[in-house]
Design a binder for this molecule. Structure first.
Ligand code: NAD
Length: 353
């Protein structure tokens, strides 16, 4: 076994159908009295229900969370939090809403309770992002790690099937890259494999029975494990490419991850055979890149970048941008091969075995 460093970050997780009802007790546990509830505009009604559940412990609802945390929104949210004297933020939503909670926590050190309603995994990480003048900066700060996470599968029942599949694939991407991470370790490998296994079983069932609370619970369980992997070890070429495609070409987050992942795995396969064996094993398949491609395609979500708004003319620039910074990746960054990776993702080709 190779040497490694393992860092366990604190996480209090309350998991189960209906567990949202424990939110008031969790707010109390933090010693907070004025909770600010956060959501996207579309999820305002859900946020208001949460505020009603909190009763006098709810100080307000801020419903302007949006993708990639624009700095103007973060500032407005911080000002609102200060104005109402919030001593805790309850983020009810996906990565965008939890990201806004993180921006507030960084600014004012109020603790966050995360109530995730997608499978993106932000609730498990100390990674924050903020977008200013079209540029998304990300970093790590332990102050933004939610103090409590309530995983209640009932809150994911409303997530449309297509978004459920792509969000689940986003989670699989964290775990898959964790398995060949330069900072990987055997403990995180266990979580990564189990996360991929849980989502590999849940996603096809989500398509056919999206209202099955047991299946929703399994998907959230997988998402939790995959989010822990994202927090614990460094990611590689797949996340770098998705960051570039999302940030510079405004492509949707979860769909981009879904489409790029099989091709990033095919690129790295020759240099990471053990990771590929584990990913394929978790999906009960022979080829990791093909199994991941099939998991998306067979469940009816886009598998080609051209189908989600990417332009062929921008592929060269995307390749240049992705190569700008060097970062650890099992296979060295080779310009021609990365350009081909992007072409395959653009066309939605099934990776060769
Ligand atoms: P999202 O939070 O942007 O949500 C997508 C859409 O789904 C929104 O319109 C939202 O209102 C809606 N939605 C969410 N939950 C719903 C539900 N249960 N029912 C119906 N609609 C629902 O999407 P996301 O993929 O969860 O998050 C993407 C963002 O999170 C990106 O900005 C990404 O960079 C960030 N992210 C950050 C981390 C991190 O560790 N910091 C990890 C993953 C993602």
């Amino acid at each position: 076994m190779k040497d490694f460093t393992y860092i366990g970050r604190p996480a209090r997780v309350v998991f189960g159908a209906g567990k949202l009802r424990e939110l008031p007790a969790e707010v109390e546990r933090l010693g907070a009295r004025k909770a600010l509830v956060l959501s996207t505009p579309e999820r305002r009604a859900a946020a208001e229900q949460v505020a009603a559940l909190l009763g006098p412990r709810a100080a307000g609802v801020f419903d302007k969370a949006t993708m990639h945390v624009p700095i103007a929104t973060a500032r407005e949210a911080c000002e609102y939090a200060a104005r109402i004297g919030a001593d805790c933020a309850v983020a009810v939503g996906g990565g965008s809403t939890i990201g806004l909670g993180k921006a507030i926590a960084r600014e004012s050190a109020v603790p966050i309770i995360a109530v995730p309603t997608t499978y993106a995994g932000s609730e498990m990480t100390s990674i924050y992002g903020i977008t200013e003048a079209g540029l998304k900066k990300t970093g790590r700060d332990d102050r933004v790690l939610p103090r409590t996470v309530i995983y209640d599968p009932e809150l994911t029942l409303s997530l449309p099937v297509g978004m459920s599949i792509t969000s689940g694939m986003n989670a699989v991407a964290h775990a898959a890259e964790g398995l060949y991470s330069a900072t990987g370790n055997p403990i995180i490998d266990l979580m990564a494999q189990e996360g991929i296994r849980a989502l590999g079983l849940a996603l096809p069932r989500l398509r056919t029975a999206p209202g099955d609370i047991g299946v929703r619970g399994n998907a959230l369980y997988g998402a939790w494990l995959c989010g822990t992997v994202l927090n614990s070890v460094d990611m590689a070429i797949h996340h770098k490419l998705c960051h570039t495609l999302g940030g510079s070409f405004n492509l949707p987050h979860a769909e981009t991850h879904t489409i790029v992942l099989p091709h990033a795995l095919a690129y790295n396969a020759p240099a990471a055979p053990e990771a590929m064996r584990r990913i394929a094993g978790a999906l009960e398949a022979r080829s990791a890149p093909q199994a991941v491609f099939d998991l998306a395609k067979d469940n009816g979500v886009p598998v080609a970048l051209r189908d989600i708004g990417m332009k062929a003319d921008d592929l060269d620039l995307a390749c240049e941008l992705a190569l700008q910074n060097q970062y650890p990746n099992p296979r060295p960054l080779e310009k021609a091969a990365i350009r081909q990776l992007l072409q395959d993702a653009f066309e939605g080709n099934r990776p060769a075995s």
